[in-house]
Write a protein that binds this ligand. Structure first.
Ligand code: ATP
Ligand code: FE
Length: 353
């Protein structure tokens, strides 16, 4: 079965062709970084227009590079939420139009389910597994029970870590997207010079908070700027290192607790920790998580970066899994800017039903 997937929920326009034998036949991502860079974040109106302009091109390129025509596509999947409404509508309308004109079944995919099911595409792992999703817009622990059953056992109560990295980069005068820039500075910095708070470590459970960290960083930055008239490169590196160490410590301690909950629920079947989202690219965070997993006698799965960040191959794969588990979606399936993973199966049948 060949599935054409479409992703347009945020600032990447993606189209991909994936086979149900776990082969990514093509995967095209047209990034909009150049359009949003000067604003230091995604501007919804600009993103919506860019998706509408680029989707046809992304789909043609994905089909061309897969060497197939629409006649050979068996299923079409598009992200139907959560995300920015303008892009979601463009992707959904394209998918529904193709479905209707070609008689190909259509599936609306939850973007988070796309991230959460990617380890089954890349590493063929069995259910259940624990998923840590750390991206620009999301931060949560999910026990993935099946293609349609996800238990959220904790997550951020305010900012996502990627958002915190991006804001830190802006505060320090680095570029966008901020994560890689902050990581580069942190590698040259002294993480012990600034001791930033580790929010919610004293409270039970695996909820997290990153907005206080941003405030603490702003305070430290202002204090140095007032005293010295500006930040030196060393100040910048030390602030980046202190910030990154705080995020890493919180993520690792909360992963320890999430893992304990996962083990309580699934005993000997608790074997895999899957980590996805752009922040999973951070090598300090990655190596901290790897040490924890090694100590716990478990295995860490982290898809390659191109499949960790937003892409359409994960949507095509989640489309295949969803279709096999629950069948096609109706053509009047609406876009859902907010769509938590809980109750995914019922939500796929139609909004509010
Ligand atoms: P979502 O997928 O939740 O809608 P998104 O599309 O912004 O959000 P991703 O594409 O998964 O998220 O990841 C982008 C985020 O990852 C950005 O916030 C970026 O700063 C962060 N990021 C990328 N590389 C790194 C890194 N090396 N260290 C820390 N953060 C990183
Ligand atoms: Fe995403």
């Amino acid at each position: 079965m060949l599935c054409l997937g479409i992703e347009s929920s945020c600032d990447d326009t993606g189209a991909a062709v994936v086979d149900d034998g776990r082969t990514i036949v093509s995967n095209v991502v047209l990034s909009q970084n150049d359009l949003h860079e000067r604003y230091g974040g995604v501007v919804p109106e600009i993103a919506a227009r860019a998706h509408a302009e680029r989707l046809d091109d992304a789909i043609s390129r994905a089909l061309q590079s897969a060497g197939v025509s629409l006649n050979e596509i068996d299923l079409i999947a598009a992200t139907s939420g959560p995300g920015l409404i303008g892009g979601l509508l463009s992707g959904l309308l394209s998918a529904k139009a193709i479905s209707l004109s070609r008689g190909i079944p259509f599936v609306g995919v939850n973007h988070l389910a796309g991230h959460a099911l990617t380890p089954r595409l890349t590493d063929c792992i069995a259910f259940p597994y624990l998923m840590l999703l750390i991206s620009g817009g999301h931060c949560q622990f999910l026990i993935v029970e099946s293609a349609s059953e996800f238990h959220r056992i904790g997550g951020t109560i305010d900012d996502a870590p990627g958002e915190a990295f991006d804001k830190t980069a802006r505060l320090l005068g680095l570029g966008y997207p901020g994560g890689p820039q902050v990581e580069r500075c942190a590698a040259e910095g002294d993480a012990t010079r600034f001791l930033f708070p580790r929010p919610l470590l004293d409270s039970p459970g695996c909820d997290m908070s990153f907005s206080g960290l941003k405030t603490a960083l702003r305070r430290a930055t202002d204090e140095i700027a007032n005293r010295k008239g500006g930040l030196s490169p060393q100040d910048r590196n030390d602030l980046a290192a202190g910030f990154q160490a705080a995020v890493r410590d919180v993520l690792i301690e909360k992963t320890r607790r999430a893992w304990a909950m996962f083990e309580d629920r699934h005993g000997p079947y608790a074997r895999h920790l899957a980590v996805a989202g752009g922040v999973a690219a951070n090598s300090a965070i990655r190596s901290g998580l790897q040490s924890f997993v090694d100590d716990a006698g478990a295995l860490m799965i982290s898809p390659p970066l191109s499949l960790c960040t937003d892409n359409a191959a994960m949507i095509a794969w989640a489309g295949i899994e969803t279709y096999k588990a629950s069948g096609a979606s109706p053509l009047d399936l609406p876009a859902r800017p907010r769509w938590p993973l809980d109750n995914l199966a019922t939500a796929l049948i139609g909004f509010g039903k």
